[in-house]
Design a protein around this ligand. Structure first.
Ligand code: AMP
Length: 622
């Protein structure tokens, strides 16, 4: 088994010699890089100024989708239609992110379920995958303009702590943007590669090394401990703070200046333009003080000033918080600071001298920071891409799965368990449950391919897990494991965890399929990515609507005493609208109906809960 590359224009399979790009799909900014004359470079904007594309998507009045700097300008003037920080939503459900409400200036569909988050823009609902695909398309255009050729293969980086769902969502976004995503790489691994760490061509001692990658961006902080041996990277521990970064430094400066000018903090929310102006000035001051000792400028006719010393005092508590995370990661990896061989700095905020000195002091050694900290991850991703293209001879290319493997779930959808290009041997699994009360059997159909509907993929086999003890729907826990061994044999094992009922089959996924056929399957998946995503969106929306309808009907029948006639009629009408929407073809209408129902019933549900609690307190009910 090996990596397969395809030419999207010709529909042919290619050798892996052509360009594969490296993409850093960031929370705040994204970048694309490639190998130019043997060296990794990031692609800059048309003025040759900046390689950073702000990860912001704006939906304009005329339906146009704007990405990057122009979209960022709309954050203040049109926040409801301008989406930022979408990476924080990748692979998450509303329940995962409900505590972040208030952070986002745009609307997230409150469906109070485990299904993946949707962002509401006017009357349309977008998944984080679709929004990320907008950013990736912008990067694709940028690199294609630079190379004057079409580019279809990419390596995309993700944080080391991303789980399977988040990684799969990133792959899907790549596919939707028209990329054949050859590999998802951990950001700290890419950063290390950018410095030649773990690349035998440049670092041939062969000794295992332990490194720390300290990544302080605009809004997030990550620390990762990695062990590198013979070109293989193992993540020993990760830690971090999803709300700590350069933005907090700016905020500290803003508060300091407001105090000096005797202005109350509430001006920031009351006078948005002033708030934006002082924040931008604070960021300029911080950046200037990375090299200068004093900053001075005019703010609406008043002079604001900041020295490096003052800045250091303001941000010391924030930098200390990053050290707490470092200590936690070291503890989890069972390491002490002096056991770390190298420290790599990533992220724009690692330009701050206090950060460099504090981190270097903590680990007791100089840090690696001579590359542009905004670019290291993308540069490393392009080195990884080059390795996959077979251009770095000393690096081992491991055997990988040529096509994704998964099972059929509700509505005929493909649920990928082992993504394409995973290194083998590999073991991966997921838990499922039943959808009907008292269900005794569960059919497990195993498929191979990249399309969203199993009917377009290749069926490898199926079996029935028989004799599940009768339980209400949703209660059984059925663990499905895919074990692909080094010889390419796939064992699919299903086990009901409460009863220990177990069944399995062995399959050879590559049996009876040629490389050409695999290439064609891939090509089809990318060609149909948009249509597939739409049908997946519709099927998932219908499924969610059906669950909510069941819950809604139950709620009505259980709470008749506390509802007045108007409420009953309104809820019934909203349920009917949802029922009708669910039998239609438009997922946005379904989500709209879910949103309307939830918005109306939320206060009633809270009231019902309060009444139940009061009754319990009175001792009436236990
Ligand atoms: P990132 O999320 O990695 O793109 O990092 C962005 C953060 O880096 C923002 O908070 C920037 O203000 C900060 N930053 C960029 N350049 C500098 C600089 N020269 N000195 C200090 N902070 C910087």
């Amino acid at each position: 088994m090996a990596t397969i590359a395809i030419n999207l224009k010709e529909g042919t399979i290619e050798s892996t010699q052509d360009v594969i790009v490296g993409i850093d799909l960031g929370t705040t900014n994204s970048l694309v890089a490639y190998m130019k004359e043997g060296r990794p470079v990031c692609v800059k904007d048309s003025n040759g100024q900046s390689a950073l594309v702000p990860s912001v998507v704006h939906f304009a009045e005329n339906e146009e989708i704007i990405v990057g700097d122009a979209a960022k300008k709309k954050l203040i003037s049109d926040p409801g239609n301008t989406i930022y920080s979408v990476k924080r939503l990748m692979g998450k459900s509303f329940r995962d992110v409900q505590n972040l409400e208030g952070f986002f200036g745009y609307r997230i569909l409150d469906d109070d379920t485990e299904s993946l988050v949707k962002v509401r823009v006017k009357d349309r609902f977008y998944t984080p995958i679709e929004l990320s695909a907008c950013i990736l398309r912008e990067l694709k255009t940028r690199i294609e303009q630079e190379l004057k050729a079409s580019v279809s293969k990419a390596v995309i980086t993700v944080p080391a702590y991303f789980n399977d769902n988040q990684r799969q969502a990133t792959r899907d976004a790549g596919k939707l943007a028209g990329f054949d995503v050859l590999r998802i790489v951990n950001e700290p691994t890419a950063a290390a590669l950018a410095y030649g760490i773990g690349n035998p061509q440049q670092d041939n001692s062969g000794e295992p090394e332990t490194i720390a990658v300290y990544d302080l961006g605009g809004g997030t902080f990550d620390i990762s401990m990695l062990k590198i041996e013979n070109g293989v990277f193992e993540v020993l521990a990760t830690n971090g703070d999803t709300f700590l970064g350069g933005d907090d430094f700016d905020q500290a400066i803003v508060s300091f200046w407001l105090k000096q000018l005797n202005i109350e903090m509430k001006i920031l929310t009351e006078e948005k333009d002033f708030g934006q102006k002082i924040r931008l000035l604070a960021e300029s001051a911080k950046k200037a003080l990375s090299t200068a000792e004093v900053f001075e400028d005019d703010l609406n006719g008043k002079t604001v000033r900041l020295t490096r010393r003052e800045l250091d005092t303001l941000i010391t508590p924030l930098v200390e918080r990053t050290l707490d995370c470092c200590k936690n990661a070291l503890r989890d990896a069972q390491l002490t600071p002096n056991q770390i061989d190298k420290v790599v700095m990533v992220g724009g905020s690692t330009r701050v001298p206090l950060v460099i000195n504090t981190v270097s002091g903590f680990f007791g050694r100089p840090v690696f920071n001579n590359l542009d900290p905004d670019e290291v991850v993308a540069l490393g991703a392009s080195i990884q891409a080059d390795i996959l293209a077979g251009n770095q001879k000393d690096l081992l290319l491991l055997d990988v799965t040529p096509l994704s493997l998964g099972i059929e779930t509700i509505g005929g959808l493909m649920d990928v368990i082992i993504p394409r290009n995973s290194k083998i041997p590999i073991r991966a699994g997921r838990q499922y449950t039943t959808s009907v009360d008292g269900q005794k059997n569960l059919k497990i159909s195993v498929f191979q391919g990249e399309r969203d509907l199993v009917e377009h993929n290749r069926k490898l086999g199926e079996f029935i897990l028989q004799g599940i003890p009768p339980m209400p729907a949703g209660l059984p826990k059925i663990d499905i494991q895919f074990i692909l061994n080094a010889d390419g044999i796939l064992t699919v094992r299903a086990r009901e965890l409460r009863s220990n009922l177990e069944q399995e089959i062995d399959i050879r996924p590559t049996y009876g399929i040629s490389e050409e056929e695999m290439g064609l399957m891939l090509l089809e998946s990318i060609r149909n990515a948009q249509a597939d995503m739409q049908i997946r969106g519709l099927l998932e929306a219908r499924n969610e609507a059906n669950n909510i309808l069941l819950g809604g009907e139950k709620f009505l029948s259980q709470n008749t005493q506390i509802l007045d006639e108007t409420e009953k009629t309104t809820i019934n009408a909203l349920l009917n609208t949802l029922r009708e929407a669910a039998s239609g073809q438009d997922k946005d209408i379904i989500h709209g109906a879910i949103d309307d129902l939830n918005t109306y019933t939320m206060p009633i549900a809270h009231r019902a809960m309060d009444i139940t609690i009061r009754e319990v307190m009175k001792g009436k009910k236990v």
